[in-house]
Ligand binder design. Sequence first.
Ligand code: FAD
Ligand code: DHB
Length: 396
Amino acid sequence: MRTTVGIIGAGPAGLLLARLLHRAGVDCVVLESRDRAYVEQRQRAGILEQGTVDVLRECGAAERLDREGLPHQGIELRFEGRGHRVDFPSATGGKSVTVYAQTEIVKDLVRLQLADPGGPPLLFGAEAVAIEKPDSGAPVIRFRREGREETLSCDFVAGCDGFHGIARRAVPADRIRTFERTYPYSWLGVLADVPPSCEELIYARHRRGFALHSMRSPQVSRLYLQVPNDTDPADWSDEQIWDELSARFALDGGDAAWRLERGPITATSVTPMRSFVQEPMRHGRLFLAGDAAHIVPPTGAKGLNLAVGDVVTLARALAQHHTTGSTELLDGYSATCLARVWQAERFSYFMTDTLHRRPEQTPFEDRLQIAQLDRIATSRTASAELAENYVGLPLS
Ligand code: FAD
Ligand code: DHB
């Protein structure tokens, strides 16, 4: 098989890249190791920056998002029994975010791609096992499908295969630098069939640990609890989860001030937290995008949005090469993306570090966290700094 751009991975990065390239008249093929059902039900991100929504709209993939997405104009920070709202539009010249699940974006993009008879092939159950000669003019992806090994010859390879994929590892060790930080806690995430107990997301800092109240729809809540690393979700009964969430979200004044509604929990999972960047994001004709190149801890909701930023930059560069033969944008790809990536790394680290409690945290550090949150609650500048980063820095 042969194509112009071989895309490994049908997560949001790979699927959106395929859509953007197809619209720019550039051939591509998407290889995805899992089956369609698995890819469409994997629970992950839920918050879309304004720029992400705009890109999905521009490429005709936002019909359902525009109908079902929930626009949010702010978040609440909850700490020391008090709630403080951070308003986005007033601090950012009118920007906001949208609650719409990553799984829904994936479903929308898969459906669009498969419904278009002239669209790029999307092969499920096709696991890339090697990228040969990524620094030559003619890289080849070897992949396994239905027990057979096949090859995809391409002009360019887009590694959109997430943190555990093979693309990142296809770059020789002496050509890269990696930057990493792990955290001494994880998130226990739950999906519950109960209307959200709030209109906007609540990020809670509590001495028992962090908690986040998010949502998927007016009927479905998405909640997260900070838990120790290596927690088994089976160790937590539904009642324990609700009790712990209620304790961490509690306001002064108790249930009369605010109450967390409970309902059937339909899914639980535990996610470790990591910051990671591999530089550069290009090796010859192999380009890394999304989680394949970088990971942020989820506090601040940047991962999916960064993946979108990368593929917009990559699609533009590949389209320029296709129409003019110029490599100017391709040559600038890694530096352009990394500038934005490091801003998101900084913000995600800040949100994580300010809101979570480390096992060995000292009383001094407790006070510093509260002082930081008080600062955001009382200073327009500090609040605007959070808002600007949360709604997303401009796509370059
Ligand atoms: P992925 O979604 O990981 O997709 C990679 C794809 O490649 C997968 O489908 C995989 O099966 C496939 N693949 C892997 N190896 C191979 C191979 N060898 N051959 C073929 N295919 C392969 N981000 C936000 O922006 N906002 C949020 O609110 C948010 N919340 C999050 C909450 C949680 C609990 C988690 C875990 C993450 C969250 N994120 C959030 C992060 C976000 O989900 C990721 O950053 C996003 O999925 C990255 O997309 P991607 O396409 O780069 O990678
Ligand atoms: C969600 C996840 C996040 O990491 C976050 O900061 C906000 C919302 C979510 O899954 O809804």
